[in-house]
Design a protein around this ligand. Structure first.
Ligand code: TPP
Ligand code: MG
Length: 555
């Protein structure tokens, strides 16, 4: 900025974001945000210029989850804002703190091509929307948006007409105190002793305990406490899908609980007589819709324990507390007991069983997705960051038991495909020193394949692994099980290696797994990005689909 010139409102707005310590912003420019974005960039913020607004927001979501900070994105008014509507509900439901700088149509004109009432669109998703129409208050309003995003852990979209952004700044030169300085910082909430005593009484006499941990347990650093509780009760450990890997090296962890439970987990969870759910929202899928542990009583340890979640009665017993403090107090209150359910044989079964042992016939020239995942599990370095996208293939990709939670990210709320590439960009931005591996489906990658260009241009160190079944697997298997034609869900094996090369990235097609270890080592040495396309059979059906959609007997 020319220091002689009088600052404009966008200058001050950029400073307000810088003062909030925004160092990364995912952006797609237009008339209503470009001057502000240019100033933010000048002030040292790393701008990642994506090719679709949805991807700016989705990348900011993964950035927020990985960094533990507020994710920031910016879009222009009108069509820039309407592109956000698929990502926002997921961000709301995943409790991600985000601030979106959105332009608004100019106020001075009687008509503007891109004008649309943005507030109801945004608030319909559950995100907050603030119109900033008073220039002198804007720095405070920006600060308050960050405060709200942090406190409520949800996206806040601020809409600023671009003619107001362009005005000379007439307000104070001092910026308000940043949100970090104002944020209440309560200590972790201890449990009430009566609740601990009740919970301990409930656990007395139980024989088959499962300690199930979610992201709340991860955040509260309750992993060791959960292991100790499981050990003292002679019970097993499990996690939700997002928290997978929290107990990756514990011999009594049966893996993910929910739709992605491996074979051995299904068998043991069915026998549970008591589930201690720690720091999880008890989402519908985490308990397999109530099918996974039919005999178990449920104790929910959480700062906000629930009885009913996502339409189901989930827990009769509650301990309101920080996850770690609650589990520690409960463990301390329990008398010592016999090993319970645990045995060496059980540990050996957990260690040696395949996630899914069902036999399928694989056509020549195609791979079994389960073999692909097993080979990747063996070959990929432990320190690489993993991103699991969605679709049918994500069942297989979730079965990598050696990978720890802190190297894993999935955001599945709202169930949209097409987010993997953006989430990988967000992780790469939050962990610039790491290699990121994205596990995606062909349909999902195709939905925002344009971001290969962003990845190339920004030199993001991402290895994209495509489980290419030439189809929308989820739909194919359901249609076939119902006896419907599978048209509309089978597309054939498009050439992702060729597509990658078109964007200037190296691409490779895998029809066998022989060279995988060598190629992983070469990739590790040279760095990313790259696209690896694994051609897999569309005949391998995940256990979840097999259970929910058993093949109908054809007449
Ligand atoms: C935005 C959006 N559109 C459509 C769907 C429905 N849907 C769920 S899974 C899926 C197929 C995904 O295909 P792919 O990424 O190839 O993974 P696969 O299921 O084949 O493993 C579709 C279309 C969705 N979940 N989200
Ligand atoms: Mg597919």
């Amino acid at each position: 900025m020319n220091s002689e010139a009088k600052p404009r409102v966008y200058d001050i707005l950029a400073k307000a974001f810088t003062q909030e310590e925004v160092r990364t912003c995912f952006a797609l420019l237009g008339d209503a945000n470009m001057n502000w974005a240019a100033r933010l960039s000048e002030q040292g913020c790393r701008m990642i210029y994506v090719r679709h607004e949805h991807c700016a927001l989705a990348a900011a979501m993964a950035f927020a989850r990985k960094s533990g900070d507020v994710g920031v994105a910016t879009v222009t008014c009108g069509p820039g804002v309407t592109q956000l509507i698929t990502a926002l509900p997921a961000a709301v439901r995943a409790h991600l703190p985000l601030v979106v700088f959105a332009g608004e149509a100019p106020l001075k004109s009687g008509w503007y091509n891109q004008e649309i009432d943005q507030a109801p669109l945004i608030t319909a998703t559950g995100a907050a929307y603030h119109r900033l129409h008073m220039p002198e208050r804007m720095p405070v309003a920006v600060r308050d948006a960050f405060l709200q995003a942090r406190r409520e852990r949800r996206p806040v979209v601020i809409g600023i007409p671009f003619d107001l952004q362009d005005r000379p700044w007439e307000g104070k030169t001092d910026l308000p105190k940043p949100s970090r300085e104002l944020l209440p910082r309560p200590s972790p909430m201890p449990p009430h002793p009566d609740d601990v005593a009740n919970a301990a009484k409930l656990l007395t006499g139980t024989e088959r305990v499962v300690v199930l941990a979610g992201l709340g347990a991860v955040e509260a650093k309750a992993g060791a406490a959960c292991r100790a509780l499981a050990a003292k009760t002679g019970g097993l450990l499990a996690t939700t899908l997002p928290a997978r890997g929290l107990f990756h090296d514990d011999p009594f962890c049966v893996g993910i609980s929910g739709s992605y439970t491996p074979e051995v987990g299904i068998e043991y969870l069915k026998e549970a007589d008591f589930v201690v759910a720690v720091g999880c929202s008890l989402a519908y899928h985490a308990g397999g819709g109530g099918q996974l542990w039919p005999k178990a009583k449920m104790l929910h340890i959480d700062i906000d324990p629930v009885a009913v979640s996502q339409g189901q009665e989930v827990a009769r017993h509650h301990l309101r507390s920080d996850a770690r403090l609650g589990v520690e107090a409960l463990t301390a209150a329990l008398p010592a007991r016999k090993p319970g359910w645990r045995s060496d044989a059980m540990a050996a079964r957990i260690r040696d069983s395949k996630p899914d042992s069902h036999a399928f016939e694989i056509d020549p020239g195609l791979l079994d997705p389960r073999d692909v995942v097993e080979a990747l599990e063996d070959a990929l370095p432990q320190e690489w960051e993993m991103v699991n996208s969605g679709g049918h293939c994500s069942w297989f990709f979730a079965q990598m038991p050696s990978r720890p939670q802190e190297k894993f990210l999935t955001i599945r709320e709202f169930g949209a495909i097409g987010n993997g590439i953006s989430f990988a960009m967000g992780v790469a931005a939050a962990r610039p020193d790491r290699t990121v591996v994205l596990f995606d489906g062909d349909g999902s990658l195709m939905m925002h394949v344009q971001e290969l260009e962003t990845i190339k241009r920004h030199g993001l160190n991402i290895l994209i692994v495509v489980m290419n079944d030439g189809a929308y697997g989820s739909e194919v298997h359901k249609l076939r099980s119902e006896g419907f034609p599978d048209d509309g869900s089978v597309f054939g094996y498009c050439d992702f290696a060729g597509i990658a090369r078109g964007f200037g990235l190296p691409g490779k097609t895998f029809k066998n797994l022989d060279d995988l270890p060598k190629l992983v080592a070469e990739f590790g040495a040279s760095g990313g990005p790259a696209v690896w396309d694994f051609h897999v059979s569309d005949k391998v059906v995940s256990p979840t689909i097999r259970r929910a959609h058993p093949a109908k007997k054809q007449a």
